[in-house]
Design a protein around this ligand. Structure first.
Ligand code: TUI
Length: 312
């Protein structure tokens, strides 16, 4: 059922990856997704290697299944994190917020699968030439640091431009989105926001409830003017950003209010002044389930739709 080349490449049952969300994607969440047949991914964000090392040890104790680690390329600790991932021989690395070209050769030699997130056709082609095993094509619907183009328009353009498998991300939370992505030519999906609202996700309850309460237009973008667009749920922090942008505040001033804001939301539950990163699909997420239920519901819904396609 929905076995694609991504399942073979990553040694997983269903072609569903969990987004490697900074602060949110802990070993606990990632192990639950891997144990349910998807690919759980630990998010490094800006954490130093010693913190990630503990998470890797923990996931290895919680599952025998394959897992991944997301390396955020803007991190000040990126070099020590990459050295750690090499030492630990993690099975899969996804990268975000930059070009991982210079690391590819080294990891290919030890068989680590490298899957960069790309926001454009040009970068997708460059990644294929550099030897990426697959690419995650992330539309602007996603939460956190985002590109310009939508999943709907970007996925088929990149599918036509490269021969490596494409994984679609951004705006996918159920069986309809999963099947739509496969119809666009993707061989799998990456899902973030839906996995935040799960029993195994360790974010503060306030963070989950804020997503459950969100409506279609609540996921907004800060930092368009500074060149670092980040999608969050609308709150006091967003209003402060908008004020600063209107008053042409300096880059330092803007970055200062963002510092630590994600941690404040995820760990302390400060959803008013913290950064509640979440995607446009937040409005569709209405309950907390286990990761296993999320994955099984997606597969069941997608196969029901596929069976009844003649009705459309
Ligand atoms: O990386 C993400 N999403 C993230 S990272 C993150 S942590 C953070 N916190 C505050 C500010 C900035 C980051 C939160 N969410 N998604 C993957 C992604 N990668 N989206 C877009 C890109 C991307 C952008 C430019 C990938 C490559 C790229 O290349 C530029 C170049 O070097 O050519």
């Amino acid at each position: 059922m929905f076995k694609t080349e991504i399942c073979e490449l990553l040694d997983i049952e269903y072609p569903i990856l969990q987004g490697g969300m900074a602060w949110v994607a802990t070993a606990e969440l990632a192990a639950a997704v891997s144990n349910a047949g998807g690919l759980g991914i630990i998010g490094c964000g800006n954490a130093p290697a010693e913190v990630i090392e503990k998470e890797i040890k923990k996931i290895k104790s919680m599952t025998d299944k394959s897992f991944g680690v997301n390396a955020m390329l803007l991190s000040p600790f990126i070099e020590e994190v990459m050295d750690l991932l090499y030492k630990e021989r993690v099975p899969v690395i996804t990268t975000g917020a930059g070009n991982p070209g210079k690391y590819l050769d080294k990891f290919k030699q030890i068989g680590t699968k490298i899957i960069p997130v790309v926001p454009s056709v040009a970068l997708a082609k460059r990644m294929e030439r550099s030897g990426a095993d697959a690419i995650i094509v992330e539309g602007t619907e996603a939460g956190g640091h985002i590109g310009e183009l939508t999943t709907m328009s970007l996925v088929p353009q990149i599918v036509d431009a490269v021969s490596i498998p494409v994984i679609a991300a951004g705006g996918i939370a159920d069986g309809r989105g999963f099947l739509a992505a496969l119809t666009l030519g993707a061989k799998g999906v990456q899902i973030g926001t839906r996995f935040v609202c799960t029993e195994e996700c360790e974010v503060h309850e306030n963070y989950k409830k804020f997503i459950l309460k969100a409506k279609d237009r609540d996921a907004v973008v800060t930092g368009r003017t500074t060149g670092h667009p980040v999608r969050i749920l609308k709150n006091k922090l967003y209003k402060k950003y908008m004020e600063l942008e209107k008053n042409n505040a300096s880059l330092e001033e803007m970055e200062k209010i963002g510092m630590g804001a994600l941690r404040n939301a995820v760990i302390d539950g400060d959803i008013k002044c913290g950064s509640v990163m979440a995607g446009q699909i937040s409005g569709l997420v209405k309950d907390i389930k286990s990761c296993k239920e999320v994955i099984e519901d997606i597969i069941r819904e997608a196969s029901d739709i596929r069976e009844n396609l003649n009705d459309i």
